[in-house]
Every structure is written in C-alpha cells, then in structure tokens.
Write a protein that binds this ligand. Structure first.
Ligand SMILES: Cc1ncc(COP(=O)(O)O)c(C=O)c1O
Length: 442
C-alpha cells in the first residue's frame, strides 16, 4: 500500500469561490454589505425549502428575513440567548457531549449551564450521542430558560420529543418581565410568546440536514420533512473552515415566526447586537449626509464581512453536490465498518437525512489507551483522525470531573472520527479503509 497523506477536514474551495472573493475585493465594498444580505436571503430560502436555486436576488420579498449572518456559530448562539433575555440567575441545559461553544455562549450571558448526560450508546437508530430525553425532562426547573440541542455530526435530534418535553414542563416556566429597555422588552415578549423553555438548536454541523417532524417551534404541523434551521425556536450554524459549508470563519442564526414579535424587529436587534449597538451600519452611513448615528446599547462586534459572504454564496451553489459526495463516502465507510464489526453513526435513518458532517466510529472492547494507539497507527500511515468529543465535564473550564456523566464518558472512551470531506478521491477513501483494517489488526 503506497503511503498517502489524508488530511482530516481541509476546506473545499473551487475557482468559483476564488473568483467571487476577487470580485468582492475589487468592488470597493468588503465589510458587511450586499453580498452578506444576499447570502442571508439565500440561506433563508435554502433552510425553508432545501433548494439552493431560487433567484433570491430579484425575489427578495418572497423569502423570509429570518436568517442573519454573523462571524461564528458561537456569536449566533450567544446573541440568540441575549435576544431571549437569558441572564444571571437563569439556567440553560446543554448535553454533556458537545463542543465548548454550545455551553460557553450561555456562560457569557451570565447563565448557569447544567449538563445533561447522553443516552447510553446514543440514539438506538443513529447512535448519535444526544441527551437522554428522560434526564432532560427531569433537569427542567423553574430556573430553566433554554435547552441547547446539538445536531452532532449532522444528525438531527428528535425535536418532536424535545418539544413534547418542554410543553409538558411549561407549568414551571415564568416569562421574564420587561425591564423597559428595547432588548429587555423584546426578550420578555419572546419568552411570553413561547410560554415555555426555549429550544435552541446548535446546528453548527447540520446545514442541509433534515428530519420528518410533526412539530415546528412546538406547534403541530402537517407531518413532513423540515430542514435544520426551521424546526427549533432558534438555530445557530457554523461556517468555520472545517465545516461542510465554509466562509473561513462565520455563522448564522435563524428563528421561527413568533406571536408577539415581528421578524423585522428580531432581525434589527441581531443587527444592533452584532454591530456595537450602532443604529446605522457602515453601508447606511455612506449615503450622502447620513453620517450621524446613535449607540443604543454597549453591545458586541460579530458581523459577517462581504468577503466571507462571497465564499458562502458560491459554496451554496455547490452545496447539494458537496452533500451528495459526502453521502457516497459515508456509504463506503458504512460497508467497511459493518464488515469489521465497528460501530458507526447512521446518517440515514427513518425520516432523518444527515449532511454527513462527521463520521464517528466506536471500537468494541477498546479502552482509551487502545483508542489512542489506533489514532497513532493511523497517523503513521498518513491518515489524520480526530476525537469528537472529549465530554465537556472532563474539561478544566467545566470542573474536570465526568463522574456524573457515565454515558458521555463511555461514548468517548473508544471513539475515533474518520476523515470525511469532499477532497477525498475514491482511492483516498479506500486507503483510509485499508489503514483502518490494518491498524485494527495490529
Ligand atoms: C457543536 C458545535 N457548536 C458550536 C461550534 C462553534 O462554531 P464556531 O467556531 O463557528 O463558533 C462548534 C465548532 O466547531 C461546534 O462543533
């Protein structure tokens, strides 16, 4: 077997993205501007329909403005929590098995994070390490304001079940009162509209994933396929360099229509929160005689630039093709894992179609040491692998103690993430499979 060098998750950037970035650089407008606004509309249309081929440039009014582009998923989640009025004294429930951003955004808002263990070995059909839903129900108290659900690896959580739980526990929920400020008043109206714990989907991995559901934002709908970003109350996406869809850094927040709040008001608050609380963005200030602005809150700086949006626009054109190629690679891995008796995520299950963001495998009978040796052996053969994730309670920042989360620890201890990305040729995929076979035999 001739040695190959297999990276874990390099960005797939074509001449199309390069040309669009060059055009943006030459256009005279490189920060938040027309390309960011167009990407927001196109993402909203994609999330609402699963299609990327609408002429959203000419038909802007046809598509909702319920998508806002930002500089990361972390910023998106944090701003969603601020909009919801989450603050000190509140609790946010987060799975123990995820990346730090799912939890740190709530910490930044002053809330207390309470981790929920995963179901043993994850979901029975997909093996995705999502929260144990019975434990989630028990963890909801009078202080709980939000639950962060993580569509890990692109696999969509069971939102019908999650909404059933937060509905059942709505008697414990008291919406925050308005403090008289525009942000505090909005948070209060959003909490009153929901009347229950909010469901914030961490869709950092799951752009383009979908699931057949009977509830959207907790309201019954005709049973049908919905795409991530249009199922939970709020959703946050990551366009970081290692993601399926990238703008180098970047992310987006989406939300669902609410009874007492206008979409335009939510959109405007995202703009303010992400741009210093300044009531005119750079583009609006360029209009003749339009220099003056107010600062309505001492807020954040996490807007998307048009250079990033240029990458996103062309990535979105290519996205269905990229997802189709990921599905082919995952199918080849499925066959080899099944042959070797290695557990793996199931990316296509009854009613659920994942975007195949991560390919997690679990080796029966392995302990942490054997798992780490396998990773080294794969590296010696030129194959970069990874571990998604070391459970958060094991991390220093969250107390370095996993004893209360045995299922999360158990899931992690024999787990390896195989490289899955669209720069892999069929020969590369065969090479990864051969390296895995060899490493396991060794
Ligand atoms: C599950 C999850 N949530 C949130 C994030 C944060 O994404 P970003 O880097 O865009 O803030 C990541 C990043 O990898 C992630 O894996």
């Amino acid at each position: 077997m001739d040695m190959r060098k297999i990276s874990f998750s390099p960005p797939d950037i074509s001449e199309l993205e390069i040309a669009e970035v060059v055009e943006t650089l030459k256009s005279g407008w490189i920060t938040t501007g027309p390309r960011t606004k167009l990407l927001e509309r196109r993402l909203a249309a994609y999330i609402e329909t699963g299609r990327n081929d609408f002429d959203t440039e000419r038909e802007t009014e046809r598509w909702s403005n319920r998508a806002v582009c930002l500089n990361s998923a972390t910023a998106a989640e944090e701003l969603c929590l601020h909009l919801l009025g989450v603050k000190e004294g509140d609790e946010v429930l987060v799975p123990a098995y995820t990346y730090t951003a799912s939890a740190s955004a709530a910490v930044h808002c002053g809330a207390k994070v309470r981790f929920v263990d995963i179901r043993k070995d994850g979901d029975p059909d997909t093996h995705m390490p999502e929260m144990d839903y019975d434990m989630l129900e028990d963890a909801i108290t009078e202080k709980t304001k939000a639950v962060v659900t993580v569509d890990l690896g692109g696999i969509v959580c069971d939102y019908d079940r999650i909404f059933e739980i937060v509905e059942r526990k709505k008697h414990l929920f008291t919406p925050v009162g308005s403090d008289g400020t525009p942000l505090g008043d909005l948070g209060s109206r959003i909490q009153r509209s929901l009347g229950r714990v909010a469901v914030l989907a961490d869709c950092a991995h799951s752009l383009g994933s979908s699931r057949v559901v009977e509830h959207v934002g907790g309201k019954p709908v005709e049973k049908g396929r919905r795409f991530c970003g249009a199922i939970a109350d709020f959703s946050s996406f990551s366009f970081h360099a290692v993601k399926n869809f990238t703008t180098a850094e970047g992310g987006a927040a989406t939300w669902l229509p609410m009874d007492r709040v206008d979409d335009a008001e939510i959109y405007k608050m995202f703009q303010l929160l992400s741009l210093h609380g300044q009531n005119k963005d750079a583009l609006a200030k360029t209009k003749l005689g339009s220099w003056e602005y107010d600062i309505v809150g001492p807020w954040y700086k996490c807007n998307m630039t048009d250079i990033m949006a240029a990458l996103g626009l062309r990535q979105l054109d290519r996205y269905p093709g990229l997802l189709a190629r990921r599905a082919e690679i995952a199918a080849r891995y499925d066959a080899v894992c099944d042959e070797l008796g290695v557990g793996h995520l199931v990316h296509q299950a009854d009613g659920m179609t994942s975007n195949r963001h991560l390919y997690l495998i679990r080796i029966p009978g392995f302990g942490e040491e054997e798992r780490n040796r396998l990773i080294e052996r794969m590296a010696e053969m030129g194959v970069a692998t990874n571990v998604h994730y070391k459970p958060l309670p094991m991390m220093t920042a969250y107390g370095a103690d996993c004893t209360g989360f045995p299922n999360a620890y158990d899931y992690y201890h024999n787990l390896v993430s195989l490289p899955i990305h669209t720069l892999l040729s069929d020969e590369d995929v065969d090479y990864v499979c051969a390296a895995l076979r060899k490493a396991l035999k060794g």
